[in-house]
Ligand binder design. Structure first.
Ligand code: NDP
Ligand code: 2IT
Length: 460
């Protein structure tokens, strides 16, 4: 056995007691926040060997501190619809950790948004951003606003009202939001316009995912989906496989899904299914991506319309059934907990070889266990989908330089970053006694950089 993997049982027990004790406190101080608990549990369990080897982190109370947001802001977002009716939504921003850089993370507009969702996403973002190797801390925000069926003017008024409050708390060197579910280029444009109007001056680096004509970066739109596929391809090749010739199922049909499909097709895969929150399409001949882009990006319509263009394809109501389609590679790119124990078992029974998480926390803890126990290659979200925020950080860098790189330059930096994250995760998993487990590897590699920065900066 490799010496580095040997950890003293007594130290492991002490570390495990420490981690469980802090976890219990988090449960009682954050009641009812099941998604936040889930994200914390996955990360904490991975870190036991780190605390066993390095008691200095426990002595400095790193876990207690890292799981408590530096700041959490909630605010009223009033807006008026096209018929003159007044609505009130709740806005959120969690500024979770700024030890290695300004808070960085997306904004989600979805009716399910609440404190638990924002905190789970913000907590994940701390380690994800650290993994990218760039100087960005962890944050997240959003609102329980449902953009579906709203007119452009309603979206604009909502974004303006949201930013009128958020502007008090963000800035290019303090906190830099971007998109997530329900927030894409259109919303970032309205948010940026309102921020600029409130502040005066031109602080391009305050938001990322901007339009190319006003400070956006080439390849940011593609970055999360492309990055997920780059990461998974590296993992596949390490095990003697490749996307080329594989059958792929991608859930969702939004920003991450569309560009994951695009890159998987480019690498020679056959992508047979995608979905939205109403249902999924199955096209045995391979999905026509141009049609999906037309429906989702241009028309902002439902994926069920796909069969109007391709009558040979099938549409099924209810998105969960997508995981019963046999595939070699599954890329969950829609939302949290979309793969539960039953779906994981079905995927394994159907012979899935690899899972690449494009969404945040798309697999439940039980589903992850099933994949790992069955030797399915598993790319966890905070590593697999880090390409989006990585290119956001490149957008910030370009804004600071007042200079823009070409698509090829950004894309090649993205590819390098994803390959590095893969290698660092593999290395950390090995060093801490869990070879091949990228969940543990990514959590440890991301954590150590942040923990060391927190140690160096004192008890704050
Ligand atoms: P979009 O809003 O562009 O697309 C989301 C897609 O997922 C849509 O097809 C949507 O269907 C579907 N979806 C959303 N919520 C649900 C739900 N509760 N049940 C079933 N389907 C659902 O978002 P993104 O593509 O940007 O984000 C997708 C995932 O990727 C999220 O988990 C996000 O946190 C994560 N992510 C995004 C990054 C980015 O840069 N955008 C970066 C890293 C991770 P419908 O249209 O019907 O709502
Ligand atoms: O979950 C994520 O990493 C994102 N939604 C992207 C965040 C960002 O700041 O680009």
């Amino acid at each position: 056995m490799n010496m580095v993997t040997v950890l003293n049982q007594e130290d492991m027990q002490t570390a495990s007691d420490y981690v469980n004790n802090v976890y219990e406190k988090i449960l009682s101080r954050n009641p009812g926040e099941s998604e936040f608990h889930q994200a914390v549990k996955e990360i904490f369990d991975s870190l036991v060997p780190v605390f066993a080897r390095h008691p200095k982190y426990a002595e400095a109370g790193i876990l207690e501190r890292i799981a408590e947001p530096e700041r959490m802001i909630t605010f009223r977002v009033p807006w008026v619809d096209d018929l003159g009716k007044v609505h009130v939504n709740r806005g959120f921003r969690v500024q979770f950790n700024s030890a290695i850089g300004p808070y960085k993370g997306g904004l989600r507009f979805h009716p399910s948004v609440n404190t638990s969702i924002i905190k789970f996403l913000g907590f994940e973002q701390i380690l994800k951003n650290s993994l990218t190797g760039q100087p960005i801390g962890g944050g997240k925000g959003g609102a329980d606003f449902d953009p579906k069926g709203k007119s452009d003017h309603e979206i604009m008024r909502f974004c303006q009202s949201f930013m009128t409050e958020l502007a008090k708390h963000i800035g290019p060197d303090t906190d830099v939001p971007a998109g997530d579910i329900g927030v894409g280029g259109r919303e970032i444009g309205y948010l940026f316009g309102q921020y600029r109007k409130i502040r005066g001056g031109y602080e391009a680096g305050v938001l990322t995912g901007k339009g190319l004509g006003y400070g956006g970066s080439l390849a940011r739109t593609e970055a999360t989906g492309y990055g997920t596929v780059y990461f998974v391809e590296e993992m596949l090749q390490d095990h003697g496989h490749t996307f080329h010739g594989s059958t792929v199922v991608v859930s969702g049909s939004g920003n991450v899904s569309i560009y994951a499909i695009e890159k998987a097709l480019e690498l020679g895969a056959r992508v047979v299914a995608c979905s939205d929150s109403n249902g999924y399409i199955y096209d045995e001949n391979g999905i026509n991506l141009e049609t999906v882009k037309l429906i989702k990006e241009v028309q902002r319509a439902r994926i069920s319309d796909y069969i109007n263009y391709h009558p040979e394809a099938q549409y099924t109501e209810g998105w969960q059934g997508i995981w019963s389609i046999p595939c070699d590679i599954a890329l969950p790119c829609a939302t949290q907990n979309e793969i539960d124990e039953a779906a994981a078992n079905t995927l394994v029974l159907n012979g899935v070889k690899a899972i690449g998480e494009g969404a945040n926390m798309p697999s439940t803890l039980e589903a992850i266990k099933i994949f790992l126990n069955n030797k399915v290659m598993f790319a966890p979200a905070k590593a697999g989908n880090a390409g989006g925020v990585a290119v956001s950080a490149l957008e910030m860098a370009q804004n600071s330089m007042r200079y823009g790189w070409t698509f090829e330059e950004v894309d090649s930096k993205l590819n390098n970053i994803m390959v590095n994250i893969y290698r660092e995760s593999v290395k950390a998993a090995e060093e801490y006694g869990n070879p091949g487990n990228l969940v543990v590897g990514a959590n440890i590699a991301g954590f150590i950089k942040v923990a060391d920065a927190m140690l160096a900066q004192g008890i704050i």
